[in-house]
Design a protein around this ligand. Structure first.
Ligand SMILES: [Zn+2]
Length: 413
């Protein structure tokens, strides 16, 4: 039994914003009762991060399911989806089962694997999606790269429609992005680094939206970064297509002008232009964006701490997500707190075809966070095995306080 007393409960599913006591009995919520006390900490349904890289199997020097899920718990997440670009790639049921079993044995939070869309994510043949679905995947993606062709995307979407699985697309036109290490613009010119235009993303989004229309499939655009891509998603939604998208904290916080020769500013899609960032925040506010995801992408120093153009793409994300969302979206007055909670809970849950709410009988997954606790992110104290964050030493106002998964306190500040 666990009692959460005097929390300010924020539950997007029931539109509740009121002080409540919540009693957890084992893995489920036993009772929610009104309380007259003044509430301080925010008590929300368990946060979901539907885009992360846990590097196991194959790159355990950078992260493991144990360390990655520990970092997720510290960041306030109760459930995370892991992308299939491990070594070997999660493109068959035996790898999916390995991940599910490791997560059960060592995971600090729920781990929901995403299977590869094509064999080896090579973009040639469709993967054994049906068998992976039976083993526990919640979506498919060739993340790290786009689905190689419109024809293959059609085949994958046709098949996933029959299974009712979302297809998650890393939208990138590889011909437009070839050789680029950041966004093309004044900043890339100034740094003398090869850049990719925003169209490297939006051209692929346009292709996929049309294939989603052709097939009737559920299409989800990963780490959307460009204004033009968002316009495609908005258009698709207005036309009744089952198209959704996610945005990362680094894309609504930083822009290409923030890039230095420090490889901690190198990610894919790259940090975008100021007007893209503005558009993303508008999309987060108006409902065009469905989820905030971290794209947590740990890389050990031996491979990441090298020259900018040689370093791999990606940064840590779990432990700074709530702090950045509060800073950029809520404290700035750009979006209401309830909407921020929605983007971490019911938003991604809906994309994955899951429920997320605080109600009697529901799973006891709860994220508790503060709106005002001052703290500084120190990456050397991260639970991740890697250290590649551009937000090291950043001071935050508000952040994770406690994370509860299936009635168990997995992190407490
Ligand atoms: Zn990606």
């Amino acid at each position: 039994m666990l009692l959460i007393k005097n929390g300010r409960v924020l539950d997007p599913a029931s539109k509740t914003d009121a002080p409540r006591d919540i009693l957890l009995d084992g893995e489920h919520i036993a009772e929610i009762a009104a309380t007259g006390k003044i509430a301080h900490a925010i008590v929300a349904p368990g946060f979901i991060d539907m885009h992360a890289h846990l590097r196991e199997p194959g790159q355990e020097n950078s992260e493991t399911i144990e360390t990655g899920s520990h970092a997720a718990a510290r960041g306030g997440f109760t459930a995370i989806c892991c992308m299939p670009n491990t070594r070997p790639v999660n493109d068959n049921a035996s790898i999916t089962r390995f991940i599910v079993d490791r997560a059960k044995a060592f995971g600090h939070v729920r781990v929901w694997p995403i299977g590869a869309a094509s064999v080896g994510s090579k973009g040639e043949a469709i993967a054994d999606i049906g068998a992976m679905r039976d083993a526990g995947i919640v979506a498919v993606s060739d993340d790290g790269k786009p689905i190689a062709s419109a024809k293959l995307a059609r085949q994958i979407m046709d098949y996933c429609r029959t299974l009712d699985l979302p297809v998650i697309e890393h939208a990138e036109d590889v011909s437009l992005a070839a050789g680029a290490v950041m966004r093309e613009g004044i900043a890339s010119t100034r740094l003398g680094l090869p850049g990719m235009p925003a169209a490297a993303e939006s051209v692929c989004v346009a292709r996929d939206v049309q294939v989603a229309e052709l097939t009737g499939a559920r299409l989800h655009i990963a780490h959307l970064s460009a204004k033009a891509s968002l316009a495609q998603v908005r258009f698709a939604k207005q036309n009744g297509l089952r198209v959704t998208c996610e945005v990362t904290p680094h894309h609504f916080t930083l822009i290409d002008e923030d890039v230095t020769y420090d490889s901690r500013y190198k990610m894919n899609p790259p940090l975008a232009a100021r007007e893209d960032r503005e558009a993303l925040i508008e999309g987060l506010a108006d409902g065009t964006v469905d989820a905030i995801t971290t794209d947590h992408a740990p890389h050990e120093p031996a491979i990441k701490d090298v020259e900018f153009d040689k370093a791999p793409f990606g940064i840590l994300g779990f432990e700074t997500a709530i702090g950045l969302a509060l800073e950029q979206l809520v404290h700035s007055g750009r979006i209401p707190l309830m909407r921020m909670v929605e983007l971490f809970t019911t938003g991604p849950a809906r994309v994955l075809g899951k429920d997320r709410k605080l109600a009697t009988g529901e799973p006891a997954d709860v994220t508790i966070f503060s709106l005002d606790r001052p703290w500084t992110y120190n990456v050397t104290e991260s639970a991740s095995k890697s250290r590649n964050s551009p937000f090291d030493a950043r001071a935050f106002k508000g952040g994770p306080v406690a994370t509860i998964v299936a009635g168990k306190l997995v992190h407490q500040h």
